[in-house]
Design a protein around this ligand. Structure first.
Ligand code: ADP
Length: 448
């Protein structure tokens, strides 16, 4: 096992990785920008290196600075967390070229899945069902029109390089396709430097259901069940659950068998998540994330597994040492993503946290880098805490989440805590009967 790991990230996920390392007797190196000198991940790590000014492109995305930090401190491996460089194939390649282990998949698999057209093509060849749409990149507007007629409106024009819910435009009918085509391409070019787009049928009432997998690169692949991430705003997840309120154990087993078979054939290694839209009992693959996900804790709670420790073991060359039959699911888990934003307008609300009090008790987990007096910097993602609860049943988990949200205090900045309290009380959420479009309407209905 590694003796020292560099964590190329910040905030709650840097802490999450640090905690797994500490319990395994691995020393940690934090990297940080000048805006994060007082951050919790820097305070807790065994060593820390300042890698640049506040702007992420000069610090957390600064590959030469991160590699230098690894060289100076003698780290043997790099964990990228999520976001930042976690899905940058060039980074993974450079880490390995410097003789370090990259705690993630191979650069080739990161590259393949980072191009959503290539990812869909690979999954189609492996027999995984897809959302109906174009077979590859759309070369012309005429081609987009032809495919849209074939799969029938409404359709979605999506960026091949898209991510974070960006680079996606709906065309409800033939009059809207030209505009959607133009805007999706322009936005994609600006955000990702690539204007390749493809087309999918826009599903009107799906749920977002994803499957967590872990592979050791020696031919062993297991899945840790599904997460239901249907509560989204602007295609971004706000609340996640494990398992899905709409799937049976048999549905999970069938999807799991199909996905693990596909990834075995692909020769995949380390953690990964396959995202699907589920409608009328059908799963349609949309993309694969080749990294640890923000919402991984709900899976950990129901499976009793530490996914970061598994990532570290696999990256060090160890076999999984267990099979699918050894993976057990118990109870229900829910995660609320608490961000430093106005709960009604979603305007960012960075600044000093006057008082922070985390909830506790049986089945409650808080992944957060907050502390009283900490100043949330304006330069990065607004996620400040993940509140996760686990209980025997979904109704008990909801009750536990309500009381945990009631106990939690983050004073001095605005957070989305009030919105999460309202979601937990909404009859539609409680019933479990909603689609990916429900939360958007619920949020709109709350506007003052
Ligand atoms: P990103 O990589 O930007 O997150 P995804 O392809 O994962 O993009 O899609 C993000 C979200 O957008 C999905 O969870 C879903 O809510 C919505 N979405 C994506 N594709 C479709 C589709 N074909 N029909 C309806 N909604 C979609």
């Amino acid at each position: 096992m590694f003796k020292k790991v560099l964590i190329a990230n910040r905030g709650e996920i840097a802490l999450r990785i640090h905690r797994a390392c500490q319990e395994m007797g691995i020393r940690t190196v934090a990297v940080h920008s000048t805006a994060d000198t007082a951050a919790m991940h820097v305070r807790l790590a065994d060593e820390s290196v300042c890698i640049g000014p506040p702007a992420a492109r000069d610090s957390y995305l600064n590959i030469p600075a991160i590699l230098s930090a690894a060289a100076i401190t003698g780290a043997e491996a790099v964990h990228p967390g999520y976001g930042f460089l976690s899905e940058n194939a060039n980074f993974a390649e450079m880490v390995e070229a410097h003789g370090l282990a990259f705690i993630g998949p191979t650069a080739a698999h990161i590259r393949m899945m980072g191009d959503k057209i290539a990812a869909k093509d690979a999954m189609r060849r492996l027999g995984v069902p897809l959302v109906p749409g174009s077979l590859g990149e759309l070369a012309t507007l005429d081609e987009a029109r032809a495919v849209a007629e074939e799969v029938m409106y409404p359709v979605l024009i999506k960026a091949a390089a898209g991510g974070g819910g960006r680079g996606m435009k709906v065309a409800r009918n033939a009059d809207e396709i030209e505009e959607a085509w133009r805007v999706a391409r322009t936005e994609s070019k600006a955000a990702f430097g690539n204007d390749a787009v493809y087309l999918e049928k826009y599903l009107d009432r799906p749920r977002h259901i994803e499957l967590q997998v872990m592979a050791d690169g020696h031919g062993n692949v297991v899945h840790f069940g599904e997460r239901d991430c249907s509560l989204q705003r602007r295609h971004q997840k706000l609340v996640e659950e494990a398992g899905s309120p709409v799937l049976t154990a048999a549905d999970r087993d069938a999807l799991g068998a199909q996905v693990t078979r596909a990834l075995k054939e692909l020769g995949y290694r380390n953690a990964g998540t396959l995202e699907f839209l589920w409608q009328d009992g059908q799963f349609c693959f949309i993309e694969m994330n080749t990294r640890l996900q923000v919402e991984h804790p709900v899976t950990e709670m129901v499976c009793g597994v530490d996914l970061v420790k598994e990532q570290l073991r696999v990256a060090a060359g160890e076999p999984l040492g267990y099979t699918q039959e050894d993976v057990r699911f118990y109870g229900h888990a829910i995660e609320c993503r608490i961000t430093a934003e106005d709960p009604d307008t979603f305007a960012p609300s960075p600044g000093r946290v006057a008082m922070y009090h985390a909830p506790g008790g049986l089945g409650v987990r808080v992944d957060s880098a907050l502390y009283s007096g900490y100043a949330v910097p304006p330069h990065y993602d607004s996620l400040v805490a993940k509140l996760v609860v686990h209980a025997a049943t979904r109704p008990e988990a909801i009750a536990r989440m309500r009381r945990s949200l009631a106990e939690m205090v983050v004073d001095g900045i605005k957070t989305t805590l009030p919105l999460h309290r309202a979601i937990m009380d909404a009859p539609q959420f409680v019933s479990g009967d909603y689609t990916i479009h429900w939360l958007e309407q619920f949020v709109a209905g709350r506007q003052p």
